[in-house]
Design a protein around this ligand. Sequence first.
Ligand code: ADP
Ligand code: MG
Length: 323
Amino acid sequence: MAEKSIDIKGLTKKYGEHIAVDNLNLTIEKGEIFGLLGPNGAGKSTTILMILGLTEVDSGSVKVCGIDSSRYPLEVKRKVGYLPEDVGFYNDYTGLQNLMYVARLNDIPEEEAKKAALEILQEVGLEDVKDNKVSSYSRGMRQRLGLADVLIKNPEVIILDEPTLGLDPEGVKKFLQLIVRLSRKKGITVLFSSHHLHQIQQVCDRVGIFVKGKMLAEGKISSLAQQLFSKNAFTLEGGIATLTEDVEPPLPLKEMVQKMKAIPEVAHVELVDNGFVVESHRDVSAYLSRLIVKSGYGLNFLSKREYGLDDIYYQYFQEDKNR
Ligand code: ADP
Ligand code: MG
């Protein structure tokens, strides 16, 4: 069985009457890149703080690399590199000095720290600016320095809370690619949170859609829409034609509709002008096209609308819908 890096069971956190995280179950395997996706206020940061043992849990448990976060937060801290939403640096220090400062805080011997720092600065693409003051760094450079801070501890798990905030699209892409490269190279488990559905999905092995403290769906992006819109994951529209030169009359439309409805996992069938709309739980286009032709009609077109990320976005992520 794969090794679990993060194992969350029945995790719940309340702020007064408000339930910020509601009975969350989640397992993240070693080396996996997981995206925790949810709109603002979903409870992502609260979840992360509980994973790190930085905030009290009301009920449930969190284990990181097998260690209970609420009981042994210091041990967990040794295993996990955490990049919070707002990273603070000493602006009058250079990038290298900032990184060396973090290394000292983590009791890394000076010589070893220097070597590691230079190597990591190169890895995150800050080699050329390592001796410039951090006050001159762009947002993207600061994020990469934050990642360097995280990496110098040589963590088994990296947790990044909204790491792409304030980056331009190109910066987002580069930053995410950097994380993926490092994770794959070093076998590091990565958890990131974001309210940007479209950015994060490009790089994650799995994502979870987290809304109002609850995990609504979890898995590969391609399976999410089916989980969330399971009643009618597919909408198929087709155009049919009666071919006048045919000798045999086609099956009456009503009867064909009955046959369409009888196809397993078809939820709804509607006739429209010169065609039909079918909603189904799975892709039944092959069955539909065969049925139409067998019933004596011609198929003008068959188009498939699959529910996807945009639908998830409109349903759950538009800010005003969740307020
Ligand atoms: P996210 O990171 O997904 O935006 P948070 O975890 O920050 O969400 O917040 C989840 C909910 O808990 C929000 O409704 C927020 O207002 C509330 N919350 C977060 N932190 C506190 C706190 N320290 N005290 C009271 N309420 C809080
Ligand atoms: Mg947050």
